[in-house]
Design a protein around this ligand. Structure first.
Ligand code: ADP
Length: 337
């Protein structure tokens, strides 16, 4: 769509709305200073934001990465921030007008994404399923064929088998949760409860071992509202990552507080961190940061996708701050109602 030609520079809000209502692209009009003066219905739909709540604010506030340059004339890919603070990748076209600019955008090609998802599903998940299975098979066969080993190494070998079976079972849990997420069958109930009990389960199931990753907690007396099982899935995944992406000895700090009718929980590790360019994508399905210094760390790339979907289903939000080599902090907010 050539917006430069179809829209005059000083379009009134009513005319803008009429012209762009039927357009499936999001269309945002900016004034000379970069403030949003119009926001069409498709922009509302794609970004999950209301025009009323967005008009008047600065366009730079819509950019996922704070401080990213505001688009200039031409075509580009942008990462925008939706109404829940999540990242939406779009293909955008910006046209300079006499008094400001117009940015038209659509979500990045869905078909391309689906093809890529299929390839990644086959390669990532089948690798993730095969590796523990191969280990289980090798260890049991070795024990069976070597009676002497059975006497001396039984506990060690069975320990590995158990650990790999747990890994398989977590992966299968995650895959089942993903299909739930896709079908939007997420919350079965909503109750207000102490956050401590939920965190106890999550710490246990997230594989945290106090001798390798001490956990500091400041969460007593804080309440949370939600579906206990799903909340436990959320924290299990975040804690599992904090353990996985931290060297042995790294402390994990969990704090919780009630603030403005919200429960705010922070989970901080002193691990390998995430480089800034990866941050907008870590909540995407199957997204994994390649080439970790820590060598091969297993994972499906599903965990944070599930976490983000479940947090949103609770009406909450999740933010991440990270610095490579220093650590990562996830901040989760849940309405307390
Ligand atoms: P995975 O199964 O790969 O752990 P996730 O969806 O849980 O998948 O996380 C996506 C990516 O985000 C990970 O591959 C990892 O690169 C990065 N990541 C998530 N949590 C952390 C963390 N606490 N520290 C460092 N990197 C992390």
């Amino acid at each position: 769509m050539d917006i430069g030609r179809t829209l005059p520079a000083d379009l009134s809000a009513g005319l803008f709305e009429a012209t762009t209502r039927a357009v499936s692209d999001g269309v945002i009009q900016l004034d000379d200073t970069g403030r949003i003066v119009s926001f069409n219905a498709s922009a509302e739909r794609i970004l999950g934001r209301s025009a009323a709540g967005t008009i008047g604010s600065d366009f730079s506030g819509l950019l996922y990465k704070a401080g990213a340059p505001v688009p200039q004339q031409g075509c580009m890919r942008l990462v925008l921030r939706d109404g829940n603070g999540g990242a939406v990748r779009v293909t955008a076209r910006c046209e300079e007008m006499e008094h400001g600019r117009v940015v038209a955008f659509s979500p990045e090609q869905r078909l391309e994404e689906i093809e890529q998802l299929k390839t990644e599903l086959v390669s990532t998940v089948s690798h993730e399923l095969k590796t523990p299975l191969a280990a289980i098979k090798a260890y049991t066969a070795t024990l069976r064929q070597n009676p002497a080993l059975y006497e001396t190494h039984r506990d060690e070998f069975l320990g590995v088998v158990e650990q790999q079976a747990d890994r398989l079972s977590r992966l299968i849990d995650d895959m089942l949760l993903v299909s739930r997420v896709e079908a939007a069958q997420l919350l079965r109930q909503r109750v207000v409860m102490p956050v401590d009990g939920i965190l106890d389960d999550a710490v246990r199931e997230g594989g945290a071992n106090p001798s390798s990753h001490p956990i500091e907690r400041d969460t007593a007396g804080v309440r949370i509202s939600g579906d206990p099982e799903r909340l436990s899935d959320i924290f299990r995944n975040v804690i599992e990552n904090a353990v996985k992406y931290s060297p042995a000895g790294g402390t994990i700090r969990i704090t919780a507080r009630e603030e403005n009718a919200q429960t705010v929980i922070e989970i901080a590790d002193c691990g390998i961190g995430i480089a800034e360019e990866h941050l907008p994508y870590i909540f995407d399905r199957f997204y994994r940061v390649e080439a970790h210094d820590a060598g091969e760390i297993s994972g499906s790339g599903l965990g944070l996708y599930i976490v983000n979907s479940l947090v949103r289903a609770h009406g909450g939000s999740i933010d991440v701050r990270s610095a490579p080599g220093t650590g990562t902090t996830f901040t989760l907010r849940f309405p307390l109602r």
